[in-house]
Design a binder for this molecule. Structure first.
Ligand code: SAM
Length: 281
């Protein structure tokens, strides 16, 4: 018997308009939707007039529900899997189901869309030619610091998810262990109160202290070392940053200077004067 197809369907991370036409078609056409949160997915489905049956599939029933979904796929049913938000499996359940489907030669098809990690990276102003994704840091301070110690010399840009309750402590740990690094903190991406704070970690900490309480969903992007002394803000550091940006993306001098200014928290005038000094050499 022909096996069904497992579709891994990305859904919005906030703004309900961020769903692709193909995702809507697949969600309408499949026989069954396995959803991490059937109520949340139910709202998305009813907003688009989709009445496909759902079954719940989350962290706590992943093992038994994987067997159930796999049996439906073996019977020839097409199934879509959607997580709470964003891309399934990215710091969400889904890995087990995909792995078992692959082992059983069940076709697995991606229906791509949003992911907070990629959305935040894409607007961070930090290098995005190579990066590492670590999802959530350990909540226990000792474990968190231990992991950060292992990452302090990482050259690639680092991506973390973090809770609003822990963000200030995590940034304090980052400053202590990594030194003054450039970060981009994206909060509530695609939602009404969306904001991205960019600059050296101390500047972001000051900005957070000014708020009564930090709320919402947060993705944190941290600059890697890239082989230079991180964020020492000396002329060589600024020139290195400028060159890296120009090599990675083809930007005008003016735009590259603006990104270096955002990364370091220095004024555009100061950065421009320094870069001009190197360009004249
Ligand atoms: N699978 C999802 C994805 O692809 O983005 C991530 C799921 S993970 C359980 C949820 C975490 O992602 C949140 O706690 C937050 O750190 C981050 N996140 C989700 N939505 C976000 C948003 N709109 N803005 C910033 N970060 C977000």
């Amino acid at each position: 018997m022909k096996k069904g197809t497992l579709y891994i369907v990305a859904t919005p991370i906030g703004n309900l308009e961020d769903i692709t036409l193909r995702a809507l078609r697949i969600l309408k056409e499949v026989a069954l939707i396995a959803a991490e949160d059937t109520r949340r997915t139910g709202r998305l489905l009813s907003a688009h007039g989709i009445s496909t049956p759902q079954t719940s599939f989350h962290d706590h029933n992943e093992h038994e529900k994987s067997s159930f979904v796999l049996s439906k796929l073996e019977e020839g049913m097409d199934v879509a899997y959607v997580s709470d938000a964003g891309t399934p499996g990215i710091s969400d359940p889904g890995y087990l189901l995909v792995r078992e489907s692959v082992v059983r030669c069940i076709p697995v098809v991606s229906v791509p869309g949003p992911s907070a990690a990629i959305a935040a990276l894409s607007i961070s102003g930090l290098p995005m030619d190579s990066f590492c994704f670590y999802a959530f840091l350990p909540s226990r301070p000792a474990k968190r610091r231990q992991l950060l110690e292992t990452l302090k010399n990482e050259e690639k840009t680092l991506i973390f998810y973090e809770s609003p309750k822990r963000i200030a402590r995590t940034l304090e740990d980052i400053r202590t262990i990594f030194g003054e690094r450039s970060v981009a903190l994206s909060r509530e991406l695609t939602k009404i109160h969306e904001e991205t704070l960019r600059g050296p970690v101390s500047k972001i900490l000051d900005a957070l202290k000014e708020k009564k309480a930090v709320k919402g969903e947060i993705t944190l992007i941290i600059e890697g070392t890239r082989g230079h002394t991180p964020n020492n803000q000396g002329p060589e550091d600024l020139w290195h940053r400028f060159q890296t940006i120009q090599k990675t993306v083809n930007l005008s001098t003016r735009d590259a200077v603006s990104i270096v200014a955002a990364q370091t928290g220095l004024s555009r005038k100061k950065v421009y004067e320094t870069i001009l000094g190197f360009l004249k050499k």
